[in-house]
Design a protein around this ligand. Structure first.
Ligand code: NDP
Length: 285
């Protein structure tokens, strides 16, 4: 079998076009949705991500405010900026680009963002709502991964799903989302014995480990849907995922490429969450 390649870039463009119609509807009601993205320091990779979010905002018709702070900014000043953005009614979504410099407590900053504007879905109230099956703003990378599965027609209910990685931003929320859609879910991590055998049982395999090409073809069930979340930079500067793409594509049913798979969809979901936050703000105004 040769896998169907899930074109995340095309699906992200489609989602942004759909969001454009919702933005128009909001504008017609006098609400111009706005997303504020805060960048601290001059990490080149972070700057690339911030630019991609700006392009996505432009594509969907959102106002994107990029706020750059110097690397030596104090935590108190970052929190004061978040206070200001929390109180600004023209800002519907707030995202603080990670990583933050070491002297800033990232958790304190993220938890300071008002839950109604938390487009990353990292606020404990939003994560709690996800656990309880009532997500409002859910983490973007697992949400994007679910959209890729759903829009590719991958069956989820009743299927075996295995998630490699248990971070709070990818692995755990991905497992909850799959469970919510009635998959039977196993989460694997660095202390899981015989991870390869568990992975091979998966009809849906989510790879979010951060190890280049760790998932080899012998770990994948023929016909499985393989979602590669990993973004790893090789010594030659090229990007690759957690999956040995060519070999796995030869046996899987569906596969996402890196780049061009989960990454663009993640960015589109940031915008989707900002639009949802703006829509909700009208309901509560
Ligand atoms: P973390 O480092 O927070 O988590 C990695 C997880 O993988 C941990 O649970 C860890 O286990 C597990 N792990 C590490 N090594 C092994 C191993 N050898 N065997 C089994 N499990 C292992 O990473 P993130 O979740 O933040 O990100 C994962 C990957 O996804 C990274 O490559 C990151 O760049 C990428 N990413 C991509 C995004 C996108 O938009 N496409 C967005 C976010 C992340 P343990 O908990 O035991 O340590």
């Amino acid at each position: 079998m040769t896998a169907t390649v899930i074109d995340g870039a095309a699906m992200a463009r489609q989602l942004l076009a759909e969001l454009g119609a919702r933005v128009e509807a909001l504008r017609a009601r006098g609400c111009q949705p706005g997303l504020a993205v805060v960048l601290v320091g001059d990490n080149p990779a972070s700057a690339v991500y911030v630019r991609s979010k700006q392009r996505a905002c432009d594509a969907a018709g959102l106002r994107g405010d990029n706020i750059s702070l110097p690397a030596e900014v104090s935590q108190a000043d970052v929190l004061a900026l978040i206070d200001h953005l929390n109180a600004d009614p023209t800002v519907h979504g707030i995202l603080v680009q990670l990583p933050l410099p070491d002297h800033i407590d990232a958790a304190a900053v993220l938890q300071h963002i008002a839950f109604a504007k938390d487009v990353d879905g990292f606020n404990w109230r939003n994560l709690g709502a996800l656990v309880d099956g009532h997500p409002a703003l859910a983490p973007c990378t697992p949400s994007g991964s679910m959209l890729l599965l759903e829009r590719s027609g991958v069956p989820i209910a009743g299927k075996r799903a295995v998630v490699l990685g248990r971070s709070s931003i990818v692995g755990k929320p991905a497992a909850l989302m799959l469970l919510e859609r009635h998959a039977t879910v196993t989460i694997c991590h660095s202390r899981t014995p015989d991870l390869a055998a568990l992975a091979k049982e998966a009809d849906i395999l989510i790879c979010a480990v951060g190890r280049p090409r760790m998932v080899t073809a012998d770990m994948v069930k023929p016909g499985a849907a393989v979602i590669d979340v990993g973004i790893n930079r090789l010594p030659d500067g090229k990007l690759c995922g957690d999956v040995d793409y060519d070999a796995v594509a030869a046996i899987a049913g569906w596969i996402t490429p890196v780049p061009g798979g989960v990454g663009p969809m993640t960015v589109a979901v940031v915008v989707s969450n900002a639009v949802a936050a703006a829509e909700k703000s009208l309901l509560t105004a």
